[in-house]
Design a protein around this ligand. Structure first.
Ligand code: TMP
Length: 219
């Protein structure tokens, strides 16, 4: 039985979604809500290993080029594990599950960016996720140029300071990101109830307030 509430955060790298997820989690917890957070890929021991393979820009020098369909399948292997280990148990326990990326990311990045198309992604979603859909998706779509600038700057900082290299996607071309942006728009258009789009490049506080309003109205 599903009793909790499933919220996903979506957007381009550098869209600010992770900051917003943390702010929302803190706010809901301070109201006494039970909140579980998760990121994808990752969030389970197996998922964290898959994340390393997928995001490290050195991966391909170790294992060779990763084919787009392999990338898609690994994203869904990670997701299937997260559903079994974290998402379904949290929803069954009545928690609010906040997930940083989910199947819309696969449709935008692998379907759009890598040009596999939506149909293959949705077929994988049916097979691996039993079509489990979020109740609400917060899609942060600031202008492409500003998101990209932030993402590339942040990744360079992480690589320099922490020795964590998650730049396999960030080094892709601007055209790749344009396809992702357009795919997100295409995904959101027919689903205005599930997907709430935030286009502003406004302050963190301003966007947080809007997110609080939407979530409060839904809960
Ligand atoms: P993030 O944790 O910083 O958002 O990075 C995850 C990266 O993985 C990001 O570049 C988007 C990418 N990704 C996909 O390509 N497909 C997916 O299904 C998911 C969940 C992430």
């Amino acid at each position: 039985m599903r009793r909790g509430y499933f919220i996903t955060f979506e957007g381009l790298d550098g869209s600010g979604k992770t900051t917003q997820l943390r702010r929302l989690a803190t706010a809901l917890e301070s109201e006494g809500q039970s909140v579980v957070t998760l990121r994808q890929p990752g969030g389970t021991p197996l998922g964290d290993r898959i994340r390393g393979i997928l995001l490290d820009s050195g991966s391909e020098s170790a294992v060779g080029p990763i084919a787009p369909a392999t990338e898609m399948a690994l994203m869904f292997a990670d997701r299937a594990q997260a559903i079994a280990e974290v998402i379904r148990p949290a929803l069954a326990a009545g928690s609010i599950l906040l997930c940083d990326r989910y199947t819309d990311s696969s449709e935008a990045y692998q379907g759009g960016g890598r040009q596999l198309g939506s149909q293959r992604i949705l077929a994988m979603h049916a097979a691996a996720c039993d079509n489990l859909q979020p109740d609400l998706t917060l899609l942060l779509l600031p202008p492409l140029e500003s998101a990209l600038k932030r993402a590339r700057r942040r990744n360079q900082r992480h690589a320099d300071k922490l020795g964590v290299d998650e730049g396999r996607f960030e080094r892709e071309s601007d055209e790749f990101y344009r396809r992702i942006y357009d795919k997100y728009e295409e995904i959101a258009a027919p689903e205005p109830y599930r997907i709430f789009r935030i286009r502003d490049d406004a302050s963190i506080d301003f966007i947080h307030t809007r997110i609080r309003e939407v979530v409060a109205a839904r809960l």
